[in-house]
Design a protein around this ligand. Sequence first.
Ligand SMILES: [Zn+2]
Length: 503
Amino acid sequence: MLNQKNVPHAANRDCGEGPFDKLVLKGAILIDGTGAPADGPVDILIKGNRIKEIAVGGLSEGALEGAHIIDSNGMYVMPGFVDTHAHIGGTRQGVSADYVYKLWMAHGVTTVRDPGSFNGADWTIYEKERSAKNEIVAPRIYAYTWEHNWDKLDGSLTPSDAYDFVHWAKEKGLDGFKFINRWNPQAIKAVIEEAKKQGLGTMAHLSQTTVPRLDALEAARWGLGSLEHWYGLPEALFNNRTVQDYPDYYNYSNEHNRFSQAGRLWKQAASPYTEKWNKVMDELIELDFTMNPTFAIYEAARDAARAQTAEYHEDYTMPSLWEYYQPDPKKHGSFFSDWTTKDEIEWKENYRLWMAFINEFKNRGGRICTGSDSGFIYKTYGFDYIRELELLQEAGFHPLEVIRSATMKGAELLAKENGTTMEFGIIQPGMLADIVIVEENPLHNFKTLYGTGSMKINPKTGKVERVGGVKYTIKDGIIFDAKQLLADVKEMVKEAKANRVLV
Ligand SMILES: [Zn+2]
């Protein structure tokens, strides 16, 4: 996981219409992102990059005059999605930024938080700025850096480095910090404290090597912004042990050991609704802590075949990315050699316990965001953001709660972490015009949001048809034809396959 250098920047924007002085989404059914039920038809008036008015029953003739109109009759409109754990990829996966961005935008993702900025801080900042100016086809980017991007880093970060590290990031225009692996917990604490003062965010993957000294509860007490994945949470729930029940052969750097044993971890923690479980949950909520479960990225552990044979791989997974996914002890997340039936059974139970916590955390008022962590473990950008929506529903979320998690909650987290007010994530007058338009009802079936769509019988012909896929993604008042973005990606993949040197 070294810095990726010499990664090309995204190409100049080659598509997208607008922004317009006046844009009207006419006759849409509105899902506003707050958890409110679908409502419509409404006309949504957008001026430039801002939502101006939501007219139930329609705008007047006068208000429509001179407007660019999208006939949205019978279509559903949601806020643009926020992916709170979205790596832009890089040379490791052999994918270009354009490939990644177009897949995100084609699936309605209009904002991402890039954890780690693995392509380098300068690279990521440049992309962020160009996206903000809409010079490239890309979601809004929140760039969180890890310590290795800091040019003054001497060895490993210590508490006394925190001030300089945080101020370096602030001056660069970075938005926050990602902690992973062997951080000194006291350095994490010092960075969180200084970051808070500077209006920068923090997110952590509390790896097993850090967890004995810093679990999710302690990190929350220190003011950590969000817990990524789930590591450190079962440990906070231990009531009859203090370390995971590692077998004697376990080595953290052996990813097969790491992932197969991780699947046996939740059952070592306090059971749902017991005293300890309740107490930890309530304190986390009291601390206004945020969880970013990224269910989708671990899914191959409970059902490897499902992830490996997903129907989108053929047309939309770059051959280099496909190769990156293949079992190889040297690559991250490629632990599928000798992956057993028992491993999958354990992981299914792991998910059950994990999902129970996440769902109840949401029920008690905790903030759950939607992050995909795509680009690893057979999980391709955009597609697996939609999979995350399905898995939140599986955890027990109502589809409206899922959409709220994917929109308003993500926006809320980003605003909270940067000490700003929310400017997107809800469809409401005054907000930025980041909007997803779809032809099928997403509350009925999230599968219709996949770029590859979903099968459905056409009542007129009696034939099964493929429906769905996002129709338009609007970012900053600019309309992108989602199907065209997908076609671009398909072409990139086709070309890469044709040019591939077979060895
Ligand atoms: Zn990640």
